[in-house]
Write a protein that binds this ligand. Structure first.
Ligand SMILES: *[C@@H]1O[C@H](CO)[C@@H](O)[C@H](O)[C@H]1NC(C)=O
Ligand SMILES: *[C@@H]1O[C@H](CO)[C@@H](O)[C@H](O)[C@H]1NC(C)=O
Ligand SMILES: *[C@@H]1O[C@H](CO)[C@@H](O)[C@H](O)[C@H]1NC(C)=O
Ligand SMILES: *[C@@H]1O[C@H](CO)[C@@H](O)[C@H](O)[C@H]1NC(C)=O
Length: 464
């Protein structure tokens, strides 16, 4: 308190010190300077501590832990404590690990994925002899990529077209010596995953004795839409574009399937002609001859034959379910059936303007009755099998969907992590996924063919 002379009243009055700006400021100078410097220091220390501890934890996962089996360190506790909900946690942990490890760079890519055999299937043996009959436009390219990756990571003897890049091995169900690359030492194939019309006799002459046959089907009308757009099939129906105008060519086609099929002019290139097909294309790929297309007895016999010969007929509309069945039948790991789902959903977007009325659907079915029956039969079969798989099928399916989604998401982020971890579950132990795996799940046939060709060469050298 001090006295101030007030001119208006000609008197002294008391004035509190706090009102004096200078004094107040001087009072606070000391502490405020300290505050100004200590805050950043504390922040820097905190940051350093966080980075350091996170690094430590990360290292204990990547390097120390796998070598000390059985002795779980703090990191796995971190993983487990974040796993309150069994499945959500896979997303959450892998997401956080994604950000954590982006700074560390020293990974060996020798191991792509490390998993232990699923607990439920500890006594089964991985089946590796597979003939995948690749039916056109049924999602079979997505599956082919998984199969070829499987062939690569398991070092299988994979069928290769001779000398050049070709999606097909053989023509019309016949494979001659000119069609395929002789395998090292003349060994039989473990894996066939290229295009080729199904001919069991023929394939069994070239493949291992215990080969299991697998294929995939798709709802026939959506298969047609996919093929029509993909191959731009309007080119092979003279007059179709004239009649279409601004509309959708496939809709014009579906308005009178019979008429357009009668004017069809197949492409001249033989390789390409193998891929284009206008009637019962799935049945054709599976070996039904054209003369049987309108013979109900023959069609029924054909369907029974496929059911007898194939270990699994997958259905694209139930792809994840089909893959779980595949995994169970073949004793495969989750990582074997993982596929690039983002790639898949990008490709699967179809034009909304293709309005498929019931009349158009009927027009199509009349001309493609074998495919209609084939699909209907195997869809029923698949759903029946799933029903009989037991209570653990659905949780396993949901788990797979989540794993696949997490991998897809992580593999498609711009700042792709060097590796990330999927938490343990009832079906798999902790999985560590390296960046390299992201690269592998995207590779297409051309890439794999090159890799297999290199392996063929290297193996032939060691044999001679
Ligand atoms: C995972 O994250 C979501 C949203 O980010 C959250 O709602 C959920 O509770 C988390 N789950 C766990 C187990 O932490
Ligand atoms: C299937 O392959 C066998 C053995 O090469 C051959 O004799 C037969 O003609 C083939 N069948 C068809 C329908 O091409
Ligand atoms: C398409 O229409 C034009 C004019 O209407 C006609 O000159 C042409 O011959 C037609 N083309 C076919 C393939 O029908
Ligand atoms: C239809 O197929 C059956 C079985 O393959 C055959 O016996 C029959 O002769 C065929 N009928 C016609 C009309 O081709």
């Amino acid at each position: 308190m001090r006295w101030v002379y007030d001119k208006s009243t000609s008197r002294y009055r008391s004035a509190p010190i706090v009102q004096h700006r200078g004094a107040v400021c001087r009072c606070l100078t000391g502490p405020s300077r300290m505050w100004k410097y200590s805050l950043p220091v504390v922040l820097v220390l905190l940051l350093a501590y966080t980075v350091f501890s996170v690094q430590l934890q990360w290292r204990s996962v990547t390097w120390r832990q796998p070598r000390r089996a059985g002795k779980e360190t703090s990191t796995s506790k971190v993983l487990q404590t974040t796993q309150r909900g069994k499945y959500d946690a896979i997303d959450n942990t892998s997401r956080s690990w994604t950000t954590v490890e982006s700074g560390s760079t020293t990974h060996s890519h020798r191991t792509i994925v490390q998993t232990v055999r699923p607990t439920g299937a500890s006594n089964c043996v991985t089946h590796t002899s597979i003939a995948f009959i690749k039916v056109h436009k049924c999602g079979s390219t997505t599956l082919q990529r998984s199969f070829l990756r499987f062939g690569f990571t398991h070092r299988l003897n994979v069928a290769l077209p001779r000398g050049r890049d070709s999606p097909t091995i053989g023509h019309d169900g016949l494979i001659t010596r000119d069609d395929y690359e002789p395998s090292p030492g003349g060994a039989r194939w473990d894996l066939f995953a290229h295009h080729g019309t199904y001919n069991r006799t023929q394939l069994l002459q070239l493949m291992k004795k215990d080969t299991k046959f697998i294929t995939v089907l798709r709802e026939p009308v959506s298969r047609l839409l996919s093929a029509f757009h993909y191959f731009r099939m309007e080119r092979y129906f003279p007059g179709l574009m004239n009649e279409t105008g601004q509309g959708s060519p496939v809709v014009t086609y579906l308005d009178d399937v019979k008429k357009w099929n009668s004017v069809y002019v197949p492409p001249k290139d033989r390789d390409f002609a193998d891929h284009i097909c206008i009637r019962n294309c799935m049945s054709r790929d599976l070996g039904l001859p054209e003369e049987d297309f309108d013979n109900r007895t023959a069609i029924d016999k054909f369907i029974r034959g496929i059911e007898r010969d194939f270990s699994l007929v997958m259905i694209l509309e139930h792809l994840d379910q089909s893959l779980i069945l595949l995994r169970r039948r073949m004793c495969w790991l989750f990582e074997d059936i993982i596929y690039d789902n983002l790639y898949w959903s990008r490709k699967a977007r179809y034009r909304k303007r293709d309005v498929i009325t019931e009349d158009r659907r009927q027009n199509f079915i009349e001309e493609n009755y074998a495919d209609y029956l084939l699909y209907k039969h195997f869809k029923t079969v698949l759903l029946d099998i799933i029903k009989k798989e037991g209570k653990d099928f659905d949780p396993e399916l949901q788990h797979f969907k989540r794993i696949n989604a997490v991998i897809g998401r992580n593999c498609h982020t711009v700042t792709r992590p060097k590796s990330f971890i999927l938490g343990p579950s009832q079906w798999n132990q902790r999985i560590r996924i390296y960046n390299h795996f992201c690269t592998l799940i995207r590779q297409e046939r051309e890439f794999w063919d090159k890799m297999f060709r290199k392996r063929y060469k290297a193996m032939k050298k060691t044999i001679h």
